[in-house]
Design a protein around this ligand. Structure first.
Ligand code: AMP
Ligand code: GLY
Length: 446
C-alpha cells in the first residue's frame, strides 16, 4: 500500500488527491496544506509543512515529512515550489517526486527564458522583446502599435499579463509594472509581445525525460466575465476535450511544440520530467502558437481532465518516475466541464471567511457525475475543539473558491449539470460565469 504527498491547496490539488485516493493500492494521501475539500475527502489528510519562510526550509520540511511518513511519491501541484527546486531537493534526498527540476521550471518561472528557449528551438510563438527601461518599452510600443501584449517577466499567478487594446493602455501597463512596481520583482522586467489572434487551448502532457503522454485536451476561460470580457484571472472554468484541437492540430502541437521541448531539454542535460502545459493560440489555419508554458498541471483544467481519466494517476506517475510512461491513457468518452465560483473582488482582491451554503455531498457517482472540487476553502472553526469537528462550517479562503465539475453526454449537458449545482451553492459575493464551454457549444451549433 502506498502513501502519497500532494503539495498545494487549490482545485487542481483536490482533483489530484481525489484521483490518487481512488486507487486501491493507495493507503493515504497527505495534502500540504490542502483545503476543506481535501480534508473531507476519503483517505486524504491535510498537513502543514511550513517550518520556515525560506525555500531551503520549506524543502527540508517536505523531505523530513516524507522520510518519517513512508511517502512513496510526491506530486507537486503549483509552480512556486517547482521553480525553487523542490523536485531537485527531493531527488537529492532519494524521494521520488513528480515534477520538473528548477532548471526546467524556468519555462514558466521566467517569460524571458521561455521566449529565448522557443526562439532557439523554433517553437512557434509571438514575436517579442524584453525591457527593463520604461522609455525604451514605450518607444517600442509606439513603433509596434496596438493591440499589443505586456507581460511581467516573473511569476504573477496568471495575472501579470495585460492585453492592451490601445497604445495608452499599453503605456499604463508599463508604468504599473516598471515604474510603480505593481507586480513586485516579477514585473521589474517585462516582455512585450505581438497580439495573437485565434482560439486558445490548453495542451498538457506528462513527460518522463523521454516519453510523452498527452493528457486529454482542454480549454480554459481566462477572463473574469461572460463573453470573455474583464480582467485576466487564473481561470474561471474549463472543459475537456477542446474541439479546436483536431487530430491535425494535435499532431502539429506534438511535433512543433512538445517534442522540441523534450529534445532540447535532454540535449541541455536537463531532461524534462513532470507535467508540461503549453497554453496555445490556434489560428484560423489550425497552426498553434505558444502563448506560455507552465511547468505543472493547469487549474482549473485539471478538474475536468481528471474527471475523465480512467487510468490510475498513481500508476501513470509511477511509470513516469521509472522513465516508462505509456504514450496513451484511458479516458471517459464523455466531455467534462468545470465552473469556478470565485469570491468577492476576485481577481483584484479576494474575500475570506464568507460561509458557503449548499455544498453537495463530496462524491461523484455514476448516476450523478458532478464533483465539487474545493480551492480557496477552509473550516470556520479551524482552531476550535475537536468535538466540534462534525459541525465545521466551510468558508471562503481565497480568490477561486470552488470548481463545480460535471461529466455528461455532451458539452451543453455538462454545462447545464454544472450550472444546476453551481446555482445551489451560495456565499456572500460569489461570482461565476454561466457561459463556460461557449466555444465548444457554438462549434456544435454551427
Ligand atoms: P499568459 O499568462 O501568458 O497565459 O497570458 C494570459 C492570457 O492573456 C492568455 O491566456 C491569453 O488570453 C492572453 N494572451 C497572452 N499573450 C497573448 C498574445 N500574445 N496574444 C493574444 N493574447 C494573449
Ligand atoms: N488555467 C491556467 C493555468 O493553470 O495557468
Amino acid at each position: 500500500m502506498m502513501n502519497i504527498l500532494v503539495i498545494g491547496s487549490g482545485g487542481r490539488e483536490h482533483a489530484l488527491a481525489w484521483q490518487c485516493a481512488k486507487d486501491s493500492n493507495v493507503k493515504k494521501v497527505y495534502v500540504a496544506p490542502g483545503n476543506a475539500g481535501t480534508a473531507l475527502e476519503s483517505k486524504c489528510q491535510n498537513i502543514v509543512l511550513k517550518s520556515s519562510n525560506d525555500d531551503a526550509g520549506e524543502h527540508s520540511a517536505v523531505i523530513d515529512f516524507c522520510q518519517s511518513n513512508a511517502i512513496d511519491m510526491v506530486i507537486v501541484g503549483p509552480e512556486a515550489p517547482l521553480v525553487t527546486g523542490i523536485v531537485d531537493a527531493c531527488r537529492d534526498a532519494g524521494i521520488p517526486a513528480w515534477g520538473p527540476t528548477a532548471y526546467c521550471a524556468q519555462l514558466e518561472g521566467s517569460k524571458t527564458f521561455a521566449k529565448e528557449f522557443m526562439e532557439q528551438n523554433n517553437i512557434p510563438t509571438a514575436a517579442y522583446q524584453g525591457f527593463t527601461d520604461t522609455t525604451a518599452a514605450k518607444a517600442y510600443i509606439d513603433e509596434q502599435g496596438a493591440p499589443i501584449v505586456i507581460k511581467a517577466d516573473g511569476l504573477a499567478a496568471g495575472k501579470g499579463v495585460i492585453v492592451a487594446e490601445t497604445i495608452e493602455q499599453a503605456h499604463d501597463a508599463i508604468d504599473d509594472m516598471l515604474a510603480d512596481n505593481k507586480f513586485g520583482d516579477a514585473g521589474s522586467r517585462v516582455v512585450i509581445e505581438q497580439f495573437l489572434q485565434g482560439e486558445e487551448a490548453s495542451f498538457i502532457c506528462m513527460i518522463d525525460g523521454d516519453n510523452i503522454l498527452p493528457m486529454a485536451t482542454s480549454q480554459d476561460h481566462k477572463r473574469a466575465f461572460e463573453g470573455d470580457t474583464g480582467p485576466n484571472t487564473g481561470g474561471m472554468g474549463a472543459y475537456s476535450p477542446a474541439p479546436v484541437v483536431t487530430q491535425a492540430v494535435h499532431d502539429k502541437v506534438m511535433t512543433q511544440v512538445i517534442q522540441p521541448v523534450v529534445d532540447a531539454m535532454k540535449d541541455a542535460g536537463h531532461p524534462y520530467t513532470g507535467f508540461l502545459y503549453a497554453g496555445l493560440m490556434i489560428d484560423k489555419a489550425g497552426d498553434p502558437y505558444v502563448i506560455e508554458f507552465n511547468c505543472r498541471f493547469g487549474d482549473p483544467e485539471t478538474q475536468p481532465i481528471l474527471m475523465r481519466l480512467q487510468s490510475s494517476m498513481v500508476d501513470l506517475v509511477a511509470q513516469g518516475l521509472a522513465g516508462k510512461l505509456p504514450n496513451e491513457a484511458m479516458w471517459d468518452e464523455r466531455p467534462a466541464l468545470g465552473i469556478v465560483i470565485a469570491s468577492k473582488g476576485y481577481p483584484e482582491t479576494s474575500s475570506k471567511g464568507d460561509v458557503i451554503a449548499g455544498l453537495p455531498e463530496l462524491d461523484a457517482n455514476n448516476d450523478n457525475p458532478v464533483k465539487v472540487f474545493h480551492a480557496g476553502t477552509a473550516f470556520s472553526n479551524e482552531n476550535n475543539d475537536e468535538a466540534l469537528s462534525n459541525e465545521k462550517e466551510v468558508v471562503t479562503n481565497g480568490g477561486r473558491v470552488l470548481c463545480v465539475t460535471a461529466l455528461a453526454d455532451s458539452i451543453s449537458d455538462a454545462q447545464q449539470a454544472a450550472l444546476a449545482v453551481t446555482g445551489a451553492i451560495s456565499f456572500d459575493g460569489a461570482q461565476y460565469r454561466r457561459d463556460i464551454g461557449h466555444h465548444a457549444i457554438a462549434r456544435k451549433n454551427n
